[in-house]
Design a protein around this ligand. Structure first.
Ligand code: ATP
Length: 372
């Protein structure tokens, strides 16, 4: 990171209401210059409204927007050092690719545009396509033209509103990497809106998970995945098992919990619930962190692992792994994905098994939340 703050986006108490409906609750958020930031959430959670308030396309009901040191809250979109790429690329169909990209420069009265446009087309790897019309390009190429067109005026911040939503899955994956490459190359702040968790995780340095007009959690993709603080975040970014447990005692930096007659260990730093003795904690563990072993082999499990017993209710082969559904006294329908390279023929429905995992992969949540 540099000391340049001209591309910082700072939202202070920004909110949006429509009549009595609150689309975005007062929100404080700082996006540092040069980062790739994603606003992630389900349809209707307020992410587009937040983006539009940064762009100046939506007037906030309260709060301020700063871009760098400048308070831009009252500025119209065209006076802000930002540009937006939308899902519908809205290229000019009668202009060729070169002229589409040159448009912003020509509108500002700049005469010699050739070098800048060519550089920009190189950046998005469309140097060969300059004289084609938009309809002669693929969806992914058209989207790259839209990005080039948005970047040609050197905005401090590029806003992207579901830019890959219209592309098929394969192309979307290619474009995710492509956008990430472009962002690294130009080094400006990207704020990207998406409902696709994989997309946010692939591209962004920092992700804000939004739910019902609020940021539920902010962090790096790894942090959000490994250490979710709410069931919503745990479920939105993948699958999780939840076990209802009770705080029994503390042991060094760990909390010892009682669950279904057994004990589980949870590093205290990974617990966002109160840890007073007798308090309830929802223990979470990602399915792929769990190993599965026939009960008769339980003696082979190394010391220090969390373990629970159960019975295989169902199993399905899903390509790289086998997904097991386990009935356990501590957690009905415990889901386990096991990397089953040496397939153990004893892991069949009805088999008694032990599930075990490293306590470091356990997270503890406030137990008053809904699991779903
Ligand atoms: P999507 O991915 O579907 O676009 P989103 O998370 O971007 O969803 P927003 O578009 O920000 O959600 O909308 C947030 C909420 O505000 C929604 O419930 C939406 O219906 C509501 N909303 C948005 N614009 C208006 C408006 N002009 N008038 C009334 N309600 C609105």
């Amino acid at each position: 990171m540099t000391n340049d703050t001209s591309g910082d986006v700072r939202l202070s108490g920004i909110a949006k209401t429509y009549g009595s409906f609150t689309a975005v609750h007062p929100l404080d958020l700082t996006v540092p210059q040069g980062s790739f930031f994603a606003l992630l959430g389900a349809s209707g959670c307020g992410k587009t409204t937040t983006l539009r308030m940064i762009a100046g396309l939506e007037e906030p009901s309260a709060g301020t927007v700063h871009l760098g040191e400048q308070n831009v809250t009252a500025l119209p979109p065209y006076k802000r050092p930002v540009n937006t790429v939308f899902q519908s690329y809205a290229l000019f169909p009668h202009l060729d690719i070169f002229e589409n990209v040159a448009f912003g420069l020509r509108r500002r009265g700049i005469k010699s545009v050739k070098k800048q446009v060519e550089d920009m087309l190189e950046l998005v790897q469309l140097g060969e396509q300059a004289r084609k019309k938009p309809h002669q390009l693929s969806g992914g190429q058209q989207q790259r033209v839209a990005v080039a067109r948005a970047l040609i005026n050197h905005p401090k911040v590029l806003l992207l509103d579901e830019p890959l939503g219209a592309l098929d899955l394969k192309l979307r994956r290619q474009m995710q990497l492509e956008l990430k490459r472009i962002q690294t190359e130009v080094g400006i702040t990207f704020v990207h809106v998406t409902h696709d968790q994989e997309e946010a995780m692939t591209m962004a340095d920092t992700v804000a998970v939004m739910n019902a007009g609020r940021v539920e959690q902010l962090g790096s993709p790894t942090d959000l995945y490994e250490n979710p603080r709410t069931t919503f975040v745990a479920n939105f970014l993948g699958t999780s098992n939840f076990i209802e447990a009770e705080v029994d005692s503390k042991s060094g930096d760990d909390i010892v919990l009682k669950a279904g007659g057994g004990k589980l260990v949870l590093p205290e730093e990974r617990c966002s619930a109160p840890t007073t003795t007798g308090g309830k904690v929802l223990v979470g563990v990602r399915p792929e962190k769990i190993s599965l072993i026939p009960a008769e082999d339980a003696g082979e499990i190394p010391e220090g692992r969390n373990r629970i017993t159960g019975r295989i209710a169902d199993s399905s082969f899903i390509g790289v792994s086998t997904q097991y559904v386990i009935d356990s006294p501590v957690c009905p329908e415990f889901e386990v994905y096991a990397q089953n390279i040496d397939r153990d023929t004893r892991l069949v429905p009805g088999a008694e098994v032990v599930l075990h995992w490293n306590p470091a992969h356990t997270f503890g949540l406030d137990a008053s939340q809904d699991i779903d």
